[in-house]
Design a protein around this ligand. Sequence first.
Ligand code: ADP
Ligand code: ZN
Ligand code: ZN
Length: 730
Amino acid sequence: MNTPTAILHVAVPCPLPGTFDYLPPSAGALPQPGMRVLVPFGRRKQVAVVHSVSAHTTMDPARLKAAEQVLDDTPLLSDDILRLAEWAAHYYHHPLGEVLAAALPVALRQGKPAEMPPPDWWQPTEAAQKEGAVAALKRAPAQRAALQRLLEQPQGQEAIGLAELGGNWRHALAALADKGLARRCAPVLPEPEPPPPLNDAQREAAAAMTGALGGYQTLLLDGVTGSGKTEVYLAVIRDVLSRGLQALVLVPEIGLTPQLIRRFRRRLPGRLAVMHSALADGERLQAWMAARSGEADVIIGTRSALFTPLPRPGLIVVDEEHDLALKQQDGFRYHARDLAAVRARQLDVPLVLGSATPSLESLHNCQQGRYRHLRLGRRAGEARPPAIHLLDIRGQPLEGGVSRELFLRMRQHLDADGQVLLFLNRRGYAPVLLCHDCGWVAHCPRCDARVTWHHRAARLRCHHCGHERRVPERCEDCGNADLRPVGQGTEQLEQILQARFPDIGLARIDRDSTRRKGAMDELLDRARSGEARILLGTQMLAKGHHLPSVTLVGILDCDQGLFGADFRAPERMAQLITQVAGRAGRAERAGEVLIQTHHPEHPLLQQLLRDGYPAFASASLAERAAAALPPYSHLALLRAEAVNADAPREFLQQARQHGLAAGAGEVMLMGPVPAPMERRAGRYRAQLLLQSPSRSALHALLNRMLPELARLPTARKVRWSLDVDPQEML
Ligand code: ADP
Ligand code: ZN
Ligand code: ZN
């Protein structure tokens, strides 16, 4: 007799929506929701997650395949993570299997066992604490760095903490053990360093957050750079830990610096699990497992750490909430800040968003009374806000993009023992290579873009697709040899500064100079120690780093940001200027910020300088309201690309017809139009924008439209994707 069999509804990572039905494996216990199973899928086997188990299937049960293997003894993903993933799959119209795959560390996605290595704690030996022990390791920099780190906590620390040093830190640790300088020890929780007394504004903000513990609420901590936001987080997290609860802290990649992690480690009486992209898969798994088991009290990580299971949730913090890096820009395009709000509500814990330049979305939510607005108006400690001035460079001679006036001010600050930071958001030597004879300009063969000249590497590189080639000796058009760079990048600026200030140490920070693991920290250390007194770089340098001796900040070119095609360009420009300016005068010395521009009367610049970011933000919100742009309306962007130039537009045209036929109602369908840079990496790109005053109307239309799109005859000729709440219109 046939008893009704259990049917597994399984989320398989693949581009198809929904779950797939399988029979349980023939032997063994029935898998539960949240466990991983290995299932046959097409011609391959896939690691997938059991979403639910029921007695029903819409398929013919006789034709169902059985899962081959159950990979976990207990559910790996808790019910709340499954619900969060489901919510996200629905909201972003993305396949549940891919959402759940994104929620898992790579090792688990690949089917590796969910094991946690036993705790591994180390301390320096007595010999290591003798004078000269560190100096004796002069020839072994990795061992020296590891020993220095161990000496910071003589009672002992977790080995995994050394992973931030990069390189082969395990090897370094083993070498120290061989030399009798380090040894394993029992787990100890070091005594945290005492906090500074909070100022009134910090105390008020911390009290509001502490008062919110135990329920859901979103609080926006809107505090100028250096106002002590991090101290407020630390104070509240201490409270969370004292209640026996966990705190999850999300930071954009660039903000998750070793300095920040060390500050958290030194200051919090609990175990820290760190998750960032520089970790090896095994190390990441270890952090994830420590969070899930409840052994880690504080989890600090980038975007995807949002999906970490927390058995004792108490608080979620998203720092630098305005940062674009919190939004995933391909595949499952979620916004970690927005999903954090969903998760906080599910877990019934407060969410703290922090920024010196909050996004217009979050400020709007405050105005609507959905978020609580907490302000830190002044810098903590003694630091004063910098004086900001515009430098009109119209008609001025420039060298490497620097005006005489700026050189003069640099010299004055350097003579007064100050440090100078120059911001130029363009890496390479020159963005354009031009033939002086015929006007030919070097282009990327695969993109609608010019290639950047990288002088030291003697290469032309496309910053959009990775194409590169040797710098030609002659014009590729007329054969003449008079090729000239136009415009400047950081590499050229560095060369010019070296010539101008030969005795002064320089540190250039951009994607090229920091490619090697650990290079960024070495450069920042040179800056902090005062060895480098001129710092120059791209936006990598603009964010989060505490550089107390910088007294002059120069922004070489803010004009590109004033005329961006994207409606968010002014917001981003204002945030960038404010953040870069925030690097000046963070300690007791007053700072000065000089912004070079050809458009000194530009209303955005004027307002930002006169009234500051909050006033700029209110005015921008009023403009957005008048133009019915987000946050006063909701967007979704349907993108398509293909090698064939016409296919994307044809597909999107058909998509548009379907949308209209499905009854667009309040939703406006705009386009299709070519993407701002139509061809990238050899593919033509187009987009269709959906805009609606009502979020639910937009999603209802998408729900009707999307299933049809996969069936369009043109769908097979393009790659297409949907971006809900797009942050960039590229
Ligand atoms: P933010 O996160 O807003 O940029 P931080 O918390 O990093 O600010 O604080 C900026 C600097 O001011 C740090 O050096 C910090 O140690 C110091 N600081 C913050 N709060 C206080 C305080 N209450 N008393 C003294 N120094 C403080
Ligand atoms: Zn030529
Ligand atoms: Zn290219």
